[in-house]
Write a protein that binds this ligand. Sequence first.
Ligand code: AMP
Ligand code: MG
Length: 484
Amino acid sequence: MKALDELNFDNRFAALGDVFSTHVLPQPLDAPRLVVASDAAMALLDLDPSQAREEVFAQLFGGHKLWAEAEPRAMVYSGHQFGHYNPQLGDGRGLLLGEVYNDAGEHWDLHLKGAGQTPYSRMGDGRAVLRSSIREFLASEALAALGIPSSRALCVIGSDTPVWREKQERGATLLRLAHSHVRFGSFEYFYYTRQPEQLQKLVDHVIAAHYPECLEQPQPYLALFRSIVERNAELIAQWQAYGFCHGVMNTDNMSILGITFDFGPFAFLDDFDAGFICNHSDHEGRYSFSNQVPIAHWNLSALGQALVNLVEVEALREALALFLPLYQAHYLDLMRRRLGLSTAQDGDLALVERLLGLMQLGAVDYNLFFRRLGEQPAPQALGKVRDDFVDLAGFDQWGHDYLARIASEDAAGRTARMNAVNPLYVLRNYLAQKAIDAAEDGNYEEVRRLHQVLARPFEEQAGMQAYAERPPEWGKHLEISCSS
Ligand code: AMP
Ligand code: MG
């Protein structure tokens, strides 16, 4: 266990050179203060929460102090945004402060989002506002607690620095942790600027640092692409199974590690709606909930394109073709578990699809349904959730088939098994919004409490019933824009 000023640095990405990133210092925030910090994220760095002093967080992540061994860099990348190639993106408001390693030898990037302008800021101010920083903090840690791979968040720092969005707001920073901040768009940048040697250097770095097992394969570059396809298939299956909508699946927001990354106007579904669009600016629904599957495939093909000089196109195509079947297998596996099924049978996918169709019609709360279905005995559980459906005859038929299906299995431990995969507490937009409203008034209690509740989503927590309720009507239709 150590304190923040005792971290061990090993800045491997910075060592790749100035073609890949640019040295930039963080710009200090006015009157920085700690809004919220994650004990679980601290543990990843072997930090002792009891030694965590708020002033030290505020100074380091509010841009006033820096470790001597840190080497802050803005990374360059490009990417496809809403299907269109944007040749020049890059860290416009975030900096890789450095890489640290923990006692287990794992490397973690310390990335400070909202750290001020960089050469990649284009017209932007380099800042992040408090509300979006809190949203990313809560989502990163909530996803991780659900077991869904994600970048992590160590803390949010608030400030008095004015930042102009639709109205005047206040600047904040988020300290993000990930094993790597390389994106699909990082590879695309070197491919489209015709720098094959630099591209190869970046790919070699990614393999050495993050996919060393690929070096044992006959074609390491192909093995890397296949691994990224596999990890994304698994990730997207988890998003779909848990009702997570990313919102801006541009290739610059896709991590080469297959983790949830670069959150914008994300949402967890309240009512089930396959066509749900969480991003107010996504007029055509390119990134709607159900489109996340084909879009992930599209993004992987954009990544494959960037690798055509390193791997045979036919081999890339074959690897890409693994995506959909792998996705479907993972998804079905997760949905079986959510329904309390421990064996695989032929009609299971149809059972899931029929249920989703009924939920869509009845606007049934997606995550609560599974939690309540897990109560014992099952016929009573079905009777309780039935009222939420509109097509009652359809639901009764489904319930009949479901009971027949679970009768073919051992019912022992059903509730415990289902409760272990079906969260009681989900980061609903309205819960985040209430915490943000309070934080904007200078009260951080609610954001801290919500974070604590979401850190143990599967466990019923005393006095926290309000966090497990369906949202009020006003809370279902909050408009979340791209501005952050
Ligand atoms: P995002 O939508 O946050 O994934 O960002 C897309 C691109 O815009 C990235 O290159 C960001 O660094 C850049 N960007 C977003 N917001 C700002 C900002 N306020 N100032 C400078 N650059 C920004
Ligand atoms: Mg981004």
